[in-house]
Design a protein around this ligand. Structure first.
Ligand code: ADP
Ligand code: MG
Length: 691
């Protein structure tokens, strides 16, 4: 039987090959694709808003009389039409206009227009609004409908998409959309069927409750939201199934290496560390690839946990790969692991993109022959030329961005190319529970929810940058007492070049101002070896003050550093600030974090710095971050499409997360359903994790 999915958009009037190509760019090939290109909001053109009530950013319809029409010269010529109603004034401004427009927009003309309010030189303005002169009477309440607004691509205008969707709707009578959700489920949540829901969101009837639709809370919308969240959940469970369809080498704990290691360790594991180690031990001994995410706040001691996992694998005769996202971190792990494991007679290999020539050949040789039991490095570890001898465990540190595709690709790297390696992913960015449930449905999660004993809280203060002198003085004093300090420059997040420049300027200034201190500088543009050398100097105490860009954001561990200055913290997200702050508070002394902001702070900016001052709990901070900035930012995957929904809104719809997660496993039983839902909502390819 033909379904909407088999009918190409080209059946619609006005869709030639050029338009079809442009639609294809939106992932729209069939009529079903088109109907699942959903309006992400509505415009309320059903009523006239008094001009006096408008605020900047408002979108709406106003109606009034032209009181003045001027041709304004200046940098760009424009036609400025001032409208008036009983409550106030509004200016329509046109940069492109013709003689006819100028002639009918004359004093006394009655105009209805629709636009978005912007601040202009003549007060509030609409630029290039849609307008009508001598408008017909408005439809009475209950007769007018909301206007759907669609996400667009270049070259397709809003009215075009609107009319295509309206055309497509006419096919629904003959070809209803297949409803993949069990009727019992719909009844339980009192949700409409799929065809009804799709019809309603594209063409809301005049009687539909406007406020619910505007907020995305109408049952028809919620039905689609739920299905979308479910489809994402199913796609991740599918990934998990695909990975676990392979066998893994069971790594049975032998104990010897682990016991020796623990004996040498200068501290005892915390209860939380022990629990996570138990989770991992259990997973690793199975013939099924482990897929585990370990979340632990900064300083909670994830590295030791990783080492213990590695030892279990090595004890079972297997190889381990440990990957970190940056050279600095990988290098630090390499040093730590060497000092821990070499005394136990274990060989390690170092492989980063920067390792070249002979050193590289040797490292590859050691990994290939199995002489090295552990390979540590950056992404370079997983290039094709790196062939492991008997890889059975991959540890990925500080990489919650490690996407689904990468997790899938790792399957191929295991012993003999047939056994998939176990995967242990560690992140210091606490992920709020609801978010973790939807973004990491393919992973089991363990949380290290306890810090090692004796950690002193980090005292956090905010100061305006007008007090830079005092802050410099503070650095001088701390370093005189034998402490070390970080000075972090955060210019513009997106521009690494500018960040580096700012750091250079600050480093120079601080070197001049603090002549008795030795000041170092690291930023992303230095060569890996230079970075590593400077980090080593700082770690050894040869440098008092380290000026840095956000490259030191994660993982760097220098316990004697007890003061961190962060310039322009208002430019960073909460989670990132929390990470940066976590560079201190790792030793015996009381630690301080100075957030030196540039006034004035926005309301939002104030709230964020306040949250940081009030709390040192990464999970609390992550919840706040999620509220303030949304899931894409928190996961750091804005560009990658992860958690980018068509309709669902993480904040608004978080009530669905638990039920969707609970129902997903039983729905997995029907592969046809899984395939259809994933395809409907995520398209041909899995959109997750295209990092
Ligand atoms: P993170 O979880 O941020 O990666 P690290 O593994 O770098 O944390 O550990 C931070 C510091 O705490 C390190 O210096 C580490 O040696 C130390 N540490 C880890 N576990 C414990 C523990 N149980 N008791 C005391 N110190 C610990
Ligand atoms: Mg770490």
């Amino acid at each position: 039987m033909t379904s909407l999915d088999d009918i190409p958009v080209t059946v619609l009037k006005g869709v030639g090959s050029a338009l079809a190509d442009r639609l294809a760019k939106l992932g729209i090939h069939s009529l079903q694709d088109l109907l699942f290109h959903l309006p992400h909001r509505y415009e309320d053109r059903t009523r006239i808003v008094p001009m006096g009530n408008l605020r900047i950013g408002d979108v709406g319809v106003v109606e009034g009389e032209v009181v003045k029409t001027d041709l304004v010269m200046g940098r760009r010529r424009s036609l400025q039409v001032t409208l008036k109603d009983q409550s106030g004034f509004l200016v329509m401004r046109f940069f492109h206009f013709n003689a006819a427009q100028k002639n009918h927009l004359t004093e006394g003309a009655r105009v209805r227009c629709f636009g978005e309010v912007r601040p202009g030189r003549a007060g509030y303005e609409f630029y290039h609004p849609e307008y009508q002169t001598n408008p017909p009477p408005m439809l009475a309440e209950g007769q007018a409908t909301l206007t759907p607004v669609y996400p667009l691509t270049e070259g397709i205008q809003q009215p075009r998409v609107r009319s295509l969707c309206q055309q497509a709707l006419t096919y629904l009578k003959r070809y209803p959309i297949h409803d993949w959700l069990p009727p019992g489920l719909l009844a339980e949540y009192q949700l409409p069927g799929i065809t009804e829901a799709v019809e309603l969101v594209h063409a809301p009837p005049a009687t539909a409750p406007v406020h619910l639709l505007m907020e995305g809370r109408h049952p028809a919308q919620q039905r689609l939201v739920m299905e979308e969240l479910l489809a994402h959940q199913l796609s991740l469970l599918q990934v998990r199934e695909q990975i676990q369809a392979r066998q893994a080498l069971p790594l049975l704990p032998t104990g010897d290496l682990v016991d020796q290691f623990l004996e040498e360790l200068p501290f005892r594991l915390t209860g939380a560390q022990q629990q996570v180690v138990r989770d991992i031990r259990q997973d690793l001994s199975q013939p099924l690839p482990m897929l585990r995410l370990v979340q632990g706040d900064v300083g909670s001691g994830k590295t030791v946990v990783a080492a213990l996992a590695a030892l279990q694998a090595i004890g079972a005769g297997a190889q381990v790969a440990l990957m970190a996202p940056t050279e600095i971190l990988a290098e630090q792990h390499y040093q730590n692991f060497c000092s821990w494991l070499e005394p136990l007679g274990i060989r390690l290999a170092w492989l980063s993109g920067k390792v070249k020539g002979k050193a590289r050949r040797e490292a590859l040789e050691q990994v290939g022959s199995g002489e090295a039991s552990v390979a540590i490095g950056t992404h370079a570890l997983f290039q094709d030329e790196v062939v492991f001898n008997r890889l059975a465990l991959v540890i990925v540190d500080e990489q919650h961005r490690f996407g689904v595709h990468q997790r899938l690709a790792l399957r191929e790297k295991g012993v003999g190319g047939t056994l998939a390696p176990h995967q242990l992913i560690m992140t210091a960015t606490p992920i709020p529970r609801t978010l973790a449930m939807s973004a990491y449905a393919d992973l089991d999660t363990s949380v290290i929810d306890e810090l090692p004993p004796g950690r002193k809280p980090i005292e956090t203060v905010t100061v305006p940058d007008s007090r830079r002198e005092d802050v410099i003085e503070r650095v001088r004093n701390a370093c005189r007492e034998g402490r070390q300090a970080y000075w972090v420059c955060t210019l513009i997040e997106e521009s690494e070049a500018l960040q580096c420049q700012a750091a250079e300027v600050s480093a120079q200034e601080l070197t001049e101002r603090l002549p008795d201190l030795s000041v170092g500088l690291v930023h992303g543009r230095l060569k890996a070896a230079e970075k590593a050398a400077i980090m080593a100097q700082f770690k050894n105490g040869e440098l008092d003050l380290l000026v840095a860009t956000t490259v030191i954001e994660v993982g760097v561990d220098v316990p004697n550093a007890s003061l961190i200055i962060i310039e322009n913290p208002e430019r960073l997200g909460l989670a990132q600030l929390h990470q940066l702050r976590g560079r201190v508070g790792r030793g015996e002394q009381a630690s301080f974090c100075v957030l030196m902001y540039h006034p004035p702070l926005s309301q939002n900016g104030k709230a964020r710095l306040q949250a940081l001052r009030d709390s040192q709990d990464g999970f609390f901070i992550a919840e706040k971050d999620l509220e303030i900035r949304g899931p894409g930012e928190v996961l750091g995957t804005r560009q990658t499409g992860m958690m980018q929904f068509r309709l669902a809104d993480f904040e608004r719809d978080k009530g669905w997360i638990e039920p969707v997660r609970a129902m997903a496993p039983s729905l997995m039983a029907d592969p046809q359903r899984v395939k259809a839902l994933v395809r409907r909502w995520l398209g041909e390819r899995i959109r997750y994790g295209d990092v």
